[in-house]
Write a protein that binds this ligand. Structure first.
Ligand code: ADP
Ligand code: MG
Length: 311
């Protein structure tokens, strides 16, 4: 199949930028990459797969698809408190369109460059739909990884950025709204790597908000064997979200919508690192009673762990 070989040589060419890192002995081009981990550090490894039509609309721009595939993995690395280092890319293509690939690679390398993570290898296959899988490693000082299981009663619960934007953005994506803020929040999530690094060895528990704030916070509660009270009036919501859908719907998105890739974490309020204080909002506290209580002013709002309100 000489034609296929040419195509895949072409693909490899788009993903062979030099790594430029002393931690990469050999990157793309051989049977495997050879890496040089920093001495004495622990490795964190994550993987996230995006299937067209399931995890993102097939009509999304190629550079946004590339950017997002990297950003959602950076987010998992950040939630562990690690420094991102290396990644590999498994790409399943319906067809090898060189323009599409060049644009996809541009978005992918843009996200990688923001945090100095090196693409060191991958695999390219043909299939019935577009699938983008990125696997990433980061490292940290031994014993400083932040787990879901360490939250303690009395901890304050914080979240980075704003929540709910991406769920609203996804709903508007099909309208081809170009540079609509909410759409950008879905297609190019901001990985909170700097905050995650500041939390290493400091936060009691952390998770990145991919499925929705309430549902993801419940994973911390389950893993930590504790409860929490959430103050819905403190949930950080963007002006754009409130203007687009009004407060009631914004709150639904903020609680139950996914894809924001913000970090939710817990620690005693006095231990919040000063360097990240202006990047986070206190939204509640951990309690010793099991379960999650959400308050909207004086009203207690019943939620299930998908974050949807019961009426
Ligand atoms: P092999 O047959 O030995 O598995 P491949 O022909 O699949 O090797 O790939 C050759 C080189 O190109 C390898 O270094 C591999 O890591 C890299 N590579 C293939 N596809 C990609 C991709 N989508 N992104 C980055 N590197 C890739
Ligand atoms: Mg081989």
């Amino acid at each position: 199949m000489p034609k296929a070989v040419d195509e895949f040589d072409l693909i490899r060419r788009y993903f062979s930028r030099p790594a430029n890192s002393p931690t990469v002995v050999a990157g793309v081009g051989d049977d495997g990459a050879v890496l040089r981990p920093l001495e004495g550090r622990e490795l964190v490894t994550v993987i996230d797969t995006m299937v067209a039509g399931t995890h993102f609309p097939a009509t999304m721009r190629a550079d946004d698809i590339g950017y997002r595939a990297v950003a959602i993995n950076l987010s998992d690395i950040a939630a562990m408190g690690a420094e991102p280092r290396w990644m590999t890319l498994a790409l399943t293509l319906v067809e090898a369109d060189s323009q599409w690939l060049a644009t996809f690679a541009a978005g992918l390398y843009e996200a990688a460059a923001e945090w100095g993570v090196a693409l060191v290898g991958g695999d390219t296959t043909r299939g019935k739909q577009l699938v983008v899988s990125v696997q990433m490693e980061g490292d940290l000082e031994p014993g400083t990884a932040v787990y879901r299981s360490g939250a303690k009663p009395g901890d304050t619960i914080f979240v980075t950025g704003t929540v709910g934007d991406a769920a609203a953005g996804l709903g508007r994506l099909s309208e081809d709204t170009g540079d609509d803020y909410l759409v950008r929040r879905f297609v190019r999530p901001t990985a909170r790597v700097g905050v995650g690094r500041a939390l290493a060895g400091v936060a009691h528990a952390a998770i990145d908000v991919s499925d929705g704030l309430v549902g993801d916070l419940c994973k911390i509660l389950d893993a930590s064997g504790a409860g929490a009270e959430l103050d819905l009036q403190r949930l950080p919501m963007s002006k754009d979200l409130l203007a687009a859908v009004g407060r009631a719907q914004a709150l639904e998105y903020a609680m139950g919508g996914g894809d924001d890739y913000e970090l939710c974490f817990t620690l005693p309020e006095s231990e919040l690192p000063a360097a990240i204080a202006d990047k986070v909002t206190a939204i509640g506290r951990m309690t010793s009673e099991s379960g999650l209580v959400c308050r909207d002013g004086d009203t207690v709002v019943a939620v299930d762990d998908a974050g949807y309100r019961h009426f």
